[in-house]
Design a protein around this ligand. Structure first.
Ligand code: SF4
Ligand code: SF4
Length: 200
C-alpha cells in the first residue's frame, strides 16, 4: 500500500509577505553565482579543444611504422600498404560493441592468399561512444579522436567509411600524437575550469 504524506504549505508572516523574504533569499544565490567565473562557453563561437583522450569521432590508424608487435605478426597475412588503414578485419571491435550492427566490416581473399579489408563502415547514429571497440582492437587500429561535430542533415552523413577514418587517424596523430595520453588537456586548463580537485 502506498503511503501518501501531505506537507503543509508554510504560512508566511506579514513581514515575509511584505518584504518577499524568500524571494530575497533566492536572489542571494543568483547574485553570488553572477560574480563567479563562468565555466560554460558560447558554442559554436567559442570552442574548447578537447583533451587527447576525448571520445569523439572514430578513426583508423594507418600502417606507419609505429604498429604494435601484434600487427607485425598479423600483417604477414594481410595486403596492407603504407599509410593505409592497419585494420586486419578481426571483428574484435564489432564483438565488443554493445550495438554490433552499427559496423559493416568486409574483407576479401586475394589470389596471393592474403586478405584485404574492402569495407569498414560505422553508423555513428547507433554509437554510444563508450570506447569498448577501441579497447578491443588488437592492433591499435580503431581510435576515438577529438572531433565531435558530427551533426548532419541526412542519416547517411552519420555513416563513416574506412578511407575517411584513416585520413582522420593520420591527421589526429599528426596534430596530437606527441601529447601525453591524458583525460585533461593539462592541469592548468583543468584548474581554470574546475578549480582544485582533491583526489581521494
Ligand atoms: S564506441 Fe561503443 S558503441 Fe560506439 S562503436 Fe565503439 S563499442 Fe560500439
Ligand atoms: S578490432 Fe581493429 S583490426 Fe579488428 S576489425 Fe576492428 S578495427 Fe579492424
Amino acid at each position: 500500500m502506498v503511503k501518501v504524506r501531505y506537507v503543509e504549505r508554510p504560512t508566511l508572516s506579514t513581514v515575509e509577505k511584505i518584504f518577499f523574504i524568500d524571494f530575497v533569499y533566492g536572489l542571494k544565490t543568483t547574485i553570488r553565482n553572477f560574480f563567479r567565473k563562468t565555466i560554460t562557453t558560447i558554442y559554436p563561437k567559442e570552442k574548447l579543444v578537447p583533451p587527447k583522450r576525448f571520445r569523439g569521432t572514430h578513426a583508423h590508424r594507418a600502417k606507419d611504422g609505429n604498429e604494435p608487435p601484434s600487427f607485425v605478426v598479423l600483417a604477414k597475412f594481410m595486403e596492407i600498404h603504407d599509410y593505409e588503414s592497419r585494420c586486419v578485419a578481426c571483428y574484435m571491435c564489432q564483438q565488443a560493441c554493445p550495438m554490433p550492427t552499427l559496423f559493416k566490416i568486409e574483407a576479401e581473399q586475394l589470389p596471393n592468399g592474403k586478405k584485404r579489408v574492402t569495407t569498414f563502415d560505422m553508423n555513428l547514429l547507433n554509437c554510444l561512444y563508450c570506447g569498448l571497440c577501441v579497447d578491443a582492437c588488437p592492433v591499435d587500429c580503431i581510435i576515438m579522436t577529438d572531433e565531435f561535430e558530427n551533426a548532419g542533415e541526412r542519416r547517411n552523413q552519420c555513416v563513416i567509411h574506412k578511407d575517411d577514418m584513416t585520413e582522420r587517424g593520420i591527421s589526429f596523430d599528426r596534430r596530437r600524437g606527441n601529447e601525453p595520453d591524458r583525460i585533461w588537456i593539462d592541469d592548468k586548463a583543468r584548474e581554470k575550469l574546475w578549480g582544485q580537485i582533491e583526489w581521494t
